[in-house]
Every structure is written in C-alpha cells, then in structure tokens.
Design a protein around this ligand. Sequence first.
Ligand code: MN
Length: 437
Amino acid sequence: MRGTVIFTKTSVTMNIRANDPNRRSWVEVPKGSDFPIQNLPFGVFKTQGEKPRVGVAIGNKILDLKALHVLGHLPNQPFNINAFDTDSLNTMMSYGKKIVREFRNRISDLLEENNPELRDNHNHVAQVLVEQAEAEMLLPVQIGDYTDFYSSIDHATNVGKMFRDPENALLPNWKHLPVGYHGRSSSIVSSGTAIHRPKGQSKAPDQELPSFGPCKLLDFELETGFFTFPGKPLGHSISTEEADEYIFGMVLLNDWSARDIQTWEYVPLGPFLAKNFASSISSWVVTLDALEPFRTKGATQVPAVLPYLSYQGEKNIDIHLEVIIQTPDGNDNTISNSNNKYMYWTIEQQLAHHTVNGCNIRCGDFLGSGTISGPTRDTFGSMLELTWKGTQPLKMKDGSERKFINDNDTVVMRGYCEKDGLRIGFGEVKTKVLPAI
Ligand code: MN
C-alpha cells in the first residue's frame, strides 16, 4: 500500500462529507475562525514536556491524533500509532489521497455536534483537545524536493518591465510553460522561526567590482505552495486530469529573496544563494479537499497551451492573501491584499509540467506558486513591486519608510477562502528578520 498510489477515475468522484457546509462541531468555533469543522487542516505540534505529534486544528484548539488513536477512537483506519506519534505528516501522507480523505471524514464525524461518541466522554475530551495558544507548531512535513514556479502573469510582467524591456516584459516561453526552478528544502522553516539577514556578493550598477556583506535589498515573496502524495515511478508522467489525486494540501509560503544578491548571481543558471537562505511556511496544511468549494475559473490562456497542459473545469482557487509588516514598535501595516486566483498557471498544470519529462515526485515534495501579484499596486506580492525597485517607498504608521525589509521587522502573511458564510483559513506565516550574523 505505502509508497505507490494507483490513480483511479472513481476517486475523482468525490464524497467529501467533511465539506458539508451545514455541519457544526461540538467544539466551539469562534466567529471568523480559520478552522471550522469544514477545514480540519493537519499539522505537527508540541506541548511542554511532550514529544511532537500530529494534530488537526478546530476552532482555537488542536485535536491530538496520537491521543485519539491511543484512546481507541480511530478503529478501522489503516494507520497505526506511528502515523501520529511522529514529527511529520509524511507517514500519514504516504497512504495517498483516498485514505487521507476517508480519514478526514472520520475526524469530521467525531467532531460533529450530534455525535456523542467523543463529545460525551469528558475524560477523553480533556485528553485529546489542546489549546493552540499552549502549543508550539513545527514544520509539518519532512520536505523532500522543493520546486518554485513563476506562475503569476502580473508578477512576471512587473519584473520584466523593471529589469528588461517594458514593451516585451514576458520572455517568449512564459505563456507556453510554467517556468520554475529547483529550490532548496533544507532551509524551509515553519512560521514563528526567526531568520537572519543573509550575506553575500552583490554588485551595484555603479560599482566596478562586486563586494561582500549583508544583503541590502531583503524582500519577501507572497506565495502559496502545495505538498504531494507519493507520485509515479521515474519515467512516468502525471496528467493535468490526474494531478489532484497527487496533491495533499496547501500552505502559505514566504519565499525570502535577497534582490541585490539575486541580480548579480542569477545569470545564466537562475536563482541560487539569493533564494536558499530561508523560505517560511504556515503551520497548518489545508487539504486540497477542503479547498474544492473555492475553485474558480482559471486565467484565459492565449495562445492555447500544448495538449499536455490543457485541462477541464475550474482549476484556480480563490484564496484571499494579505501581507503585513510589523514594525519594531509593534504596529501592523497591511501593505498588500492579493489573491491566489491571480495565478496564470494552475497547480495541476505545474504538476503535469514538472512530471512530463518523467521526473518523479515523491511523498512530501513541495511546489511553490511563485510570487502572486494581481493587476493593481495594492495587490503586488513583493517589496520589489510594491515600491517599484525602491523608487516609491511605503510609509509605515511609525513614520518610517520601507523600500525593502529592515532588521527587526516582522513579516506576516495571512490567507483564507470565504464564500456563502463559510471561511476556510490558513492561519499565518510570521517571520522576524534578525540582523546578519
Ligand atoms: Mn519565489
């Protein structure tokens, strides 16, 4: 069973009772919470004196799956305790989409307001529910390979205008394939992990020779990313139609970037040290299943894409995204309101393209969207664009200005879907920037 997932068309016919908008939980879910019973995202957490374990967010609480298993509430599931008494979701994910979907349905049933099984066992409830405020969230997945795309047309156009030719901002390949590069997984960190300003080589246009020192143009990139289930063997491809069967869930991604280092180093092989010093992700993995109700029409793709990139149906996902700079005095400055739906290339197209040459994806691989920018300045997903290369600084509430990110600033990204009174959120990815070491 583990390690390989056979795709069957019947699994496309979804029966996701966990998504029923009419369900309510006996666990209190405050109004405006990111985590109603229709979400049930997975994560890895730790409490004082205890080892890391797997949990599900519900309201302000975490349902401890290890405790739930030990207390006998997960019968007839293929998982043994090792899937939950562990510091990553990989074991659980290794069983593939259909089993994880059924498992999420089971969790939903247990938390449903009319089900007394767990609700009325107060001794067990006290053992399986943990306050989120008392838990430390850890990196949820042991990430194998990390790939970052460049799939927002407004972002690619902005960068092309700034650095190349405003008349031909997009390179000739851009509308024919989702451009991407292989990133580095070792430096992906969870929300709450502070990072240090990177050091490196850069060369300003007026300098004759490069110099070395702390990055001067530290930037964030507002992105989303998805984790994969086990894929197909080397040599086989995953089609756009099959892609969803291999996608576990999504998180928010801040793909930190050192613009001065990037400008000097990226020719001709692409990003390297400007990108691999840190990438931050949100702690809860929202399943693709939970996001299905928020699908929306994808971008009109002209010229038409090659057949292996074509797809049926509404494959974009409407996720409101925002970026906040918290200045050292503690003030929040919202600097961008964007949306995942601005993506030109869908996640299904990204996965199909990634595997079309036979490249094998594995359980726990991570694929980032690329910076997500919308059509107007207030929807741009990086300081590079928001300040137009530093020429139009942003004013902060404390009176200071930002061209890029300063030491001791904290960057917060939040994301949520909202439709017909139902809100499915991602929580946040929050990172403080410390001075260079
Ligand atoms: Mn990126």
